[in-house]
Write a protein that binds this ligand. Structure first.
Ligand SMILES: NC(=O)c1ccc[n+]([C@@H]2O[C@H](COP(=O)([O-])OP(=O)(O)OC[C@H]3O[C@@H](n4cnc5c(N)ncnc54)[C@H](O)[C@@H]3O)[C@@H](O)[C@H]2O)c1
Length: 318
């Protein structure tokens, strides 16, 4: 259901800024429209920041969430829909029609029961990709997670092109998100960027977080790069092949990119993110004297998620 806001035509913006902070959502300086699912959530709110969010880079935002955002900017439109529910199709297509791109953030961002994770994260992503295909939205940015590879050790650089090693049902759902992105790139020629986001918060809390933090401002830079950067070149940089028959011919393809800031203690490979044009500017190290010592499971990328009880929220056993 469309909730509020206006969509009163396009406006031109200047296109003379630096690559990652310029005020153009596209090379021609035209304002483009992006659907942000999960727009009421934490990262969605960062992307909406008036002082340098996606709008400042020339994007007009349509927000879709099961929860309405507190306040809307004048140029935002909000839609409410539950992506777990097949009935969301009309609202989803309403948001997607005429849009240039979609950033899919909506979902359960932590461990939970298999059924809840599957319905929100896997079924929800399928519905977003199907709607993008139906409505001709050819650029898709998917929120994956480091938990897709959470059982890889932390004593080597986290690989971008190795087999998944999920650390939880949540991690499995993010592997499925990436697989769905790959399918829609190869089968339908969509350009898909799956972002394995680290910890995107106002600031890191533990010594572990100093390696995996993604600042709010860098999150905007990363998503803007994922919306505009050359997917084919990024696929090559990640060591993969560009899309399948349909994907390659249509300029599509899927690339996986890690999403962290320029952290001194980082051990993730940002090659594909940088190939998209991402230039992180923040470093978690400035918080080093304010964080607490990490005391979770040692040696694995997935840190605390690896021993999180998926049934804790319900108190029931399957
Ligand atoms: N924040 C991080 O550190 C981090 C790290 C890795 C991955 N991610 C991923 O990024 C995305 C956004 O994370 P976040 O931190 O903003 O989470 P969040 O919980 O703050 O926001 C998620 C939003 O999705 C909405 N949502 C949940 N289920 C929905 C459904 N069925 N239909 C419609 N909307 C639904 C929620 O209402 C919420 O507003 C998630 O997919 C998460 O898994 C986040």
């Amino acid at each position: 259901m469309e909730q509020a806001g206006q969509d009163d035509g396009r406006r031109d913006v200047r296109a003379d800024g630096r690559a990652d902070d310029r005020a153009d959502g596209s090379a021609d300086g035209r304002v483009r429209t992006v659907v942000v699912t999960g727009g009421a959530g934490r990262i969605g709110t960062y992307l909406r920041r008036a002082d340098g969010g996606l709008a400042a880079r020339g994007w007009r935002l349509r927000l879709l969430d099961v929860t309405a955002p507190d306040e809307l900017r004048e140029d935002e439109i909000a839609y409410t829909a539950d992506l777990s529910d097949e009935e969301c199709r009309d609202a989803l297509d309403g948001a997607m029609t005429g849009a240039d791109a979609v950033v899919h953030l909506a979902g359960i961002p932590t461990e939970d029961t298999w059924t809840r994770v599957r319905r929100a994260n896997i079924d929800g992503t399928y519905r977003v990709l199907e709607s993008a295909r139906r409505c001709g939205v050819r650029r898709v940015v998917l929120a994956s997670s480091n938990h897709a590879v959470g059982f890889y050790p932390t004593d080597a650089q986290a690989p971008v092109d190795a087999a998944p090693r999920p650390d939880s049902y949540y991690g499995v759902s993010k592997v499925a998100v990436e697989a769905l992105g790959s399918l829609y790139a190869d089968r339908y020629g969509l350009a898909v960027v799956s972002l394995r986001i680290g910890l995107c918060t106002d600031g890191p809390g533990t010594t572990f977080d100093l390696g995996i933090w993604l600042s709010p401002a860098d999150a905007v830079r990363l998503v803007h790069a994922a919306l505009t950067g050359p997917v084919g070149a990024a696929v090559g940089a990640a060591g993969g092949a560009t899309g399948g028959a349909a994907g390659g011919a249509a300029g599509g393809g899927q690339v996986v990119a890690y999403g962290i800031s320029a952290n001194t203690r980082a051990w993730w490979d940002l090659t594909s993110a940088r190939a998209l044009g991402y230039e992180p500017r923040d470093d978690a190290e400035v918080f080093a004297d304010r964080v607490v010592a990490y005391e979770g499971p040692p040696g694995v990328l997935g840190h605390g998620m690896v021993d999180t009880d998926p049934h804790a929220a319900t108190g029931r056993r399957p």
